[in-house]
Ligand binder design. Structure first.
Ligand code: GLN
Length: 550
């Protein structure tokens, strides 16, 4: 009889060429594990390997789609419509591997699947348990997540010692036993705190978090030390001794000026070389050439020019609420060899202090996505200010909808025009709930999500920026441009920059009599990379540079 977990399917993995890297974190959260995973992925790609990165999150929500920005930060959307953790954004920005629903797993999904199987009778009367049923589900997702690539990197969210993370770590332990120690690399990220009163870095929390992992049966192979100050050779020796990791595999990862320095910093510590050797990939790889990342970092640190871009939002104190928007604006700068100073502005402050007081002195204004009516009048006022003062404007999702509302009210003379999201009784619902959304009551995963086509209008700013007639972009919304108002608004001077050819939904609204004014119903910020800026972000920054010059 086969041992539990060692079915023929599993045994076939003994000979599998696939390699697995698991990234865990200890001491505290927000260590930048996701960035470390993404940077390691980038370096392995430079060595000629195909890489995919995925995230396992121990929380019980099925996905972060229903979580508040205060809890979770940005919800990152994939082509297939999966609503995922923002770390997937880092993975896509740093590597070229295409990600899908298969690359984002939460405990909520694991338990949902296990319970569905139990109700279906799949377990044939057995007692359903964390080991093996929950851990089997997790291992299954490790196998599926990496199909077709040389190396699959899986980041485990949370911190070692969390109760909810235990089934994931147990699954990793089992997995390495099944596929063999040479095929699995454990990377553990820890904080090395600086204690001011003592004037020194302390290794004890790192030691204890590694001890926690070893208790479960996981021995890290590489220890990534997040630190504000240099980790000395002596400290590396100490960490090596206490954590049972070779000293050369104790890697310093110091705070950097920009996150895009991380691949260079980790390359300096030879993390990719350690990984390649541990995973016996020497014969498959080539020497790395870091030029692309060096170029990105040079343009970020020493740009030829600079612009100030205001981002008008509601969560300006949260680092992560508009993560991809901030990153993509930076990419637009890199594409133009221009430093982008991002000024986070509070839409509600525009309501109380007026647009001029808050928005003067900017070279460009961006309104990102959003939900609900809080702050929306401030965003509409920002649109009006940008339109009247000829300041380059770029609206994303809700940022496009407020363009339509402002134009309807103040140019087309449709008094009281609004979105029915903000005012269900509006006399002019220029933005209205999508037909397909009217009967939807469940909240999770029910918006118009993921990739849809957009046919661009000849002669539009968007067509010029993309340089091609048909594009696909990712969506996450319930409301849409109301086509009943299309003729009226176009007659008043609004330009429809693009439509979805299948549904005739308006995807882009532009204002022609203006240096650069584009609102898009989709989320271009999910498809921009430091090494390949999204064309609209690049065009927006270019317009801001022109305004600054004139
Ligand atoms: N709240 C708007 C809608 O649901 C916009 C959504 C967004 O900006 N992501 O249509």
């Amino acid at each position: 009889m086969a041992l539990p977990g060692l079915s023929s399917l599993h045994l076939s993995f003994f000979s599998s060429p696939m390699k697995y890297i698991f990234v865990t974190g200890g001491v505290v959260s927000s260590l930048g594990k996701g960035l470390a995973a993404a940077s390691l992925g980038a370096l392995l790609e430079l060595r000629g390997l195909s890489v995919r990165i995925q995230k396992f999150d121990p929380y019980l929500n099925v996905d972060p789609g229903t979580m508040s920005p205060f809890q979770h930060g940005e919800v990152y959307v994939l082509d297939d419509g999966a609503e995922t953790d923002l770390d997937l954004g880092h993975y896509e920005r740093f590597t070229s591997g295409a990600l899908s629903r298969a690359n984002s797993l939460s405990s909520g999904q694991v338990y949902e699947n296990v319970i569905r199987k139990e109700r279906r009778g799949d377990y044939l009367g057995k007692t359903v348990q964390v080991i093996p049923h929950v851990t089997d589900e997790i291992k299954d997702r490790i196998r599926k997540g990496g199909e077709g690539v040389d190396v699959l990197i899986t980041e485990i969210g949370g911190t070692t010692g969390d109760i909810e993370g235990l089934p994931f770590l147990e699954a990793l332990r089992q997995f390495q036993l099944e596929v063999g120690r040479d095929n699995v690399l454990f990377v553990h990220c820890v904080l090395i705190p600086f204690i001011k009163a003592a004037g020194e870095l302390k290794t004890k929390p790192a030691q204890q978090s590694v001890a926690k992992l070893r208790e479960i049966g996981i021995q890290p192979d590489i220890l990534v030390c997040r630190t504000e100050y240099p980790v000395t050779g002596e400290m590396k020796q100490k960490l090596s001794l206490y954590c049972n990791v070779p000293p050369q595999a104790v890697i310093e990862c110091r705070d950097a000026e920009t996150i895009y320095e991380l691949p260079l910093a980790l390359a300096g510590e030879e993390i990719d070389e350690l990984a390649v050797r541990h995973l016996r990939l020497e014969s498959k790889v080539k020497p790395r050439n870091l030029a692309v990342w060096q170029d990105v970092v040079r343009k970020l640190k020493f740009p030829a020019s600079r612009v100030r871009i205001g981002v008008v939002g509601k969560y300006i104190d949260l680092q992560d609420a508009y993560k991809s928007v901030y990153e993509s604006l930076t990419h637009g700068g890199i594409a133009n060899d221009c430093g982008v100073e991002i000024v986070r502005l509070d839409a509600e402050e525009i309501e109380t202090r007026g647009a001029e007081a808050v928005l003067k002195g900017l070279d460009g204004i961006c309104v990102p996505g959003g939900f609900g009516d809080r702050g929306v009048e401030g965003k509409i006022a920002a649109v009006k200010y940008a339109r009247e003062n000829k300041i380059p404007y770029y609206g994303l999702c809700l940022g496009m909808q407020v363009v339509v509302i402002e134009f309807a009210r103040n140019v087309a003379g449709l008094e009281g025009a609004n979105s029915t999201e903000m005012d269900p009784q509006t006399p002019h619902p220029v933005i209205d709930i999508m037909e397909a959304q009217r009967t939807v009551t469940a909240k999770g995963g029910t918006m118009r999500l993921g990739s849809y086509e957009c046919a661009l209008t000849e002669g539009s700013l968007s067509r010029a920026a993309y340089g091609k007639p048909l594009i696909t972009e990712r969506h996450r919304h319930r409301f849409e441009f109301n086509n009943k108002y299309r003729d009226t608004l176009v007659k008043a001077g609004l330009r429809i920059g693009g439509i979805n050819p299948q549904s005739d939904l308006v995807e882009i609204a532009e204002i022609p009599d203006h240096p650069w004014f584009v609102g898009v119903q989709y989320h271009p910020e999910f498809k921009s990379k430091p090494t390949a800026a999204h064309p609209l972000f690049a065009a927006f920054i270019k317009a801001a540079m022109q305004r600054k010059r004139s």
